[in-house]
Design a binder for this molecule. Structure first.
Ligand code: ZN
Length: 181
C-alpha cells in the first residue's frame, strides 16, 4: 500500500484539482470504471489479437498502434480506455486533436457502463446515416466528442467555415483508404 499512499498524497494547494500521478480524479475514475465494466480489458484483448503495439498514453489512456484489421473503417477508434490507431506511434502521438476526440469516447464508455456503449453508438450512427448520409454528423456520441476533431462533416451541409475535409482523422472508410494508398 505504500506505493499508492505515495501517489495519493494530498497536494500542497488543496484548492487546485487533485492529481493522482499525472491524472485528475475524473480521469482516474474513468480508468477505474472502464476497467471494472470490462471495456478496457476488451479493448486490450482486441489490441493483442490484432497484434498492435500497446503503450501507456496520457490521462490514463492506452495507445495501441499499428492496427491492421479491415474493420472498423476508421483511422482510429476506442474501446474503453484503449485507443487503437492504424498509424504508428509517432504519427498517433503527433495528433493530440484526434486523441482528444477518442478520449471523449473513452469517457462515453464509462457513462454507458462499458459495452452497452457499442449498441448505443451503432444506433446513433445508423440514425446519423439516415439523417445526414454519414455516420457521424448527427451521431450523439460523435457530436459530443467533437465532429471536426473526429474528421466528420458538420450536420449542416454546405457550410464552408466548418469544412474539415482536409483533416484526415477518425473519418469513414473512403478517406482512410485514400490515406493509406
Ligand atoms: Zn469519434
Amino acid at each position: 500500500m505504500t506505493g499508492t499512499a505515495q501517489m495519493d498524497k494530498q497536494p500542497a494547494r488543496p484548492w487546485l484539482p487533485r492529481y493522482h500521478g499525472l491524472m485528475t480524479s475524473g480521469q482516474r475514475l474513468r480508468q477505474l470504471a472502464n476497467l471494472l465494466n470490462a471495456s478496457t480489458p476488451l479493448g486490450l484483448l482486441l489490441a493483442v489479437c490484432a497484434r498492435t503495439t500497446v503503450r501507456r498514453g496520457p490521462r490514463g489512456l492506452l495507445l495501441a498502434t499499428g492496427y491492421r484489421w479491415r474493420l472498423p473503417f476508421a483511422a482510429a477508434f476506442t474501446v474503453g480506455n484503449v485507443v487503437l490507431f492504424r498509424a504508428g506511434p509517432a504519427e498517433a502521438l503527433a495528433n493530440p486533436v484526434l486523441l482528444g476526440h477518442e478520449e471523449g469516447h473513452s469517457t462515453q464508455y464509462a457513462w454507458c457502463l462499458g459495452v452497452p456503449f457499442l449498441p448505443l453508438y451503432f444506433l446513433a450512427a445508423a440514425w446519423s446515416l439516415w439523417r445526414t448520409g454519414n455516420p457521424g454528423s448527427a451521431n450523439f456520441f460523435e457530436r459530443r466528442a467533437g465532429l471536426q476533431a473526429g474528421g466528420y462533416p458538420p450536420a449542416l451541409r454546405g457550410n464552408p467555415s466548418n469544412d474539415d475535409s482536409k483533416n484526415n482523422l477518425e473519418t469513414p472508410a473512403g478517406r482512410v483508404e485514400r490515406n493509406e494508398a
